[in-house]
Design a protein around this ligand. Structure first.
Ligand code: F6R
Length: 610
């Protein structure tokens, strides 16, 4: 989604802003822009439809010197993908703004502002917000007061940075529903949508809370809460190296991230499991007392993170004997749902900023859940800060839009939750032992699965001319089939659907023909015989099968069935191990299709609008 970078410094900020935008590219966008005020007080703005490299090229040879500036990558919501709609926007040559989020009452405000003589040069809700601030500046005489006044008139979500051309040494920053982090420097300060964007210039950060408005000058940062009272917000130092964003030897971030999974999982496990137990404090200091009381787990998430929740439901009910329900965040937040007694509300999110998941958490807090837990990959993200307990996955920065290592480390976190809940409920020690042993073996099993790369790359050629595909699984492999289908559709643009294999004969069998590849996830577990019957149903109707199976499952390749041997593993971790070949399949199919693997069309990494 849209990305913001702003700087107020003593040095030229153009390169800091452009590099900051480059580091935000992974979020997804369609146009980019920058506006800097030079020493003579002249505003220079350049906007481009396309990517940050094109913006950088357009900046070559232009005078963009200046110590204050803001820059933006836009993911269109209101108004098409055009240069006029790209940010920064300028009001009458005096005020400059960038904005993430959606102003829902933009139409009525626009009418009022037009009646007051403001001319609009774009179709965006952002320009409405900007002119409203301008109008309130005329009334209040001060930009901070103007922004404080304007936000009270807005319905919707915003992360925004605004400054005056004739007083460029002060940025005003406001946040509600769209994340912003302040980067603290020496004699310079910065603001951005995420800390990753600012890592080349600082490792000291301060997150704004919902409704905060901040004033940034070179020398200081002042933060005001929604009542206008000046407040202190925690500062922290990040220990993430800013070098960690390169693709290294890999052609795409996604491929690098697929191959990083053994390390990511080792990092996620490190110091958290002992031989036979899960370290109590991994979910937070008070976790063990709270977990003892849990009688139901409600999981809420979106997309890939939702799929990890679906796997966890099978695990929780089977191994920890705790009932569990899983729901998509955008659904649960808009219905009257039942809150179980002593229920744990679990959110799962790579970014920790997904608007629907965050809104569902906020709603849950008013609904009487016993406590909340976030399973998240981004420290200090909104979800982490607003949850009672948290489990940090240690996947490292995930840049490819298609989630890979974040997903498998979420599953590791969830399996540790299963063991921790099981432990607190006194389930048999051998089950805990099975989980901890399986987790210890997981990184090397993933390495073995990655060795299937060459075979899967060749196999991918058979998908090049396909329009549709079907993924099948049973039990906890059904959500893995769903995740495989999501990966394939999002990066190769091949239509992919997942079904619980037992559902085939209730409709989808009608789709089967030689043009529809059927991908089957077939570990050697207690459902294998049932799955084999489903495979035969497909074969009998001329379907072409690609079966990812344990070699002991005894599938044989022939002209209608390709069998890919997946390493034999303990049943508990099989969903994680079987995820890897499906990730590789979607990656190599996308390569053949020539799509933009790391930034697939129309998608954004961090979905901060609902
Ligand atoms: C798919 C993908 C998305 C995200 C979803 C939730 O590969 O990445 O489906 O899983 O947008 O995002 P987070 O996990 O950041 O809440």
């Amino acid at each position: 989604m849209c990305g913001i970078v702003g700087a107020v410094a003593q040095r030229d900020v153009k390169d800091i802003l452009l590099e900051g935008l480059r580091r935000l590219e992974y979020r997804g966008y369609d146009s980019a822009g920058i506006a800097v005020v030079d020493k003579k007080g002249e505003l220079n703005r350049i906007r481009k439809v396309g990517n940050v490299a094109e913006l950088r090229d357009a900046c070559q040879g232009q005078d963009l010197s200046g110590a204050t500036g803001i820059a933006h990558t836009r993911w269109a919501t209101h108004g098409g993908v055009t240069e006029q709609n790209a940010h920064p926007h300028v009001s009458e040559g005096k005020l400059v703004i960038v904005h993430n989020g959606i102003i829902e009452n933009h139409a009525e405000l626009r009418q009022l502002l037009e009646s007051k003589g403001y001319t609009f040069t774009s179709d965006t809700d952002t320009e409405v917000m900007l002119h409203q601030i301008h109008e309130d500046l005329k009334q209040t005489g001060d930009l901070l007061k103007a922004v404080q006044t304007t936000v009270k008139k807005l319905h919707g979500a915003y992360g925004t940075v605004v400054y005056e051309v004739n007083n460029p040494e002060r940025l005003i920053v406001a946040r509600s529903g769209s994340p912003l982090v302040i980067g603290l420097g020496i004699g310079e300060n910065f603001v951005a949508s995420d800390q990753f964007s600012l890592q080349p210039v600082t490792n000291r950060f301060q997150y704004l809370e919902e409704g905060d408005i901040a004033e940034l000058t070179r020398e200081q940062v002042r933060v005001f809460d929604p009542t206008g009272k000046e407040v202190e917000r925690d500062q922290f130092e990040s220990d993430i190296s800013h070098e960690s964003d390169g693709k290294g030897e890999y052609r795409h971030h996604m491929l690098k991230e697929i191959h990083e999974q053994p390390t990511a999982i080792r990092n996620t496990l490190q110091d958290r499991i002992l031989e036979l137990t899960i370290v109590d404090s991994v979910f937070g200091e008070d976790a063990s007392a709270l977990l003892k009381k849990v009688e139901h787990v409600q999981i809420v998430a979106c997309g890939t993170s939702y799929h990890s929740g679906l796997v966890a439901r099978y695990w929780l009910e089977q191994y920890a004997n705790v009932s569990c329900s899983v729901e998509i965040a955008s659904e649960i937040r808009y219905r009257k749902s039942f809150v179980h007694k002593n229920a744990l509300f679990v959110t799962i999110s790579q970014s920790g900023e997904t608007a629907d998941t965050l809104a569902a958490l906020r709603l849950a807090k008013s609904q009487g859940y016993m406590t909340s837990l976030a399973i998240c990959n981004v420290p200090n993200s909104s979800l982490v800060r607003e949850s009672d307990l948290c489990f940090m996955t240690k996947a490292g920065a995930e840049i490819g839009v298609a989630s890979t290592k974040a997903f498998t480390t979420q599953l590791v976190g969830l399996l540790m939750l299963v063991a921790a809940l099981g432990q607190s409920k006194g389930i048999a020690a051998n089950v805990i032992k099975q989980i901890t042993n399986a987790l210890h073996s997981l990184p090397s099993k993933i390495e073995e699965s990655l060795a299937l790369s060459d075979e899967i790359e060749k196999l991918a050629e058979e998908f090049a001319d396909k329009q549709h595909s079907l993924f099948l699984g049973r039990g906890e492999q059904y959500p893995i089939a769903m995740e495989g289908a999501l990966k394939l559709k999002e990066i190769s643009y091949i239509h992919a659907e997942a079904y619980a294999a037992g559902e085939l004969k209730h409709g989808p069998l009608a789709l089967i023909d030689a043009d529809m590849p059927i991908i089957v996830v077939a570990p050697n577990n207690e459902l294998l015989e049932k799955l084999k019957s489903n495979v035969e149903e497909v074969r009998a109707r001329g379907g072409i099968l690609y079966v990812f199976a344990d070699k002991h499952a005894q599938f044989e390749s022939d002209e209608t069935m390709r069998v890919i041997d997946v390493p034999n593993t303990d049943d508990i971790i099989a969903p994680i191990v079987y995820t890897i070949p499906l990730q590789l399949l979607s990656y190599y199919v996308a390569i053949i299709k020539g799509t933009d693997v790391d930034q697939p069309r129309n998608l954004a990494k961090s979905v901060t609008v609902e």
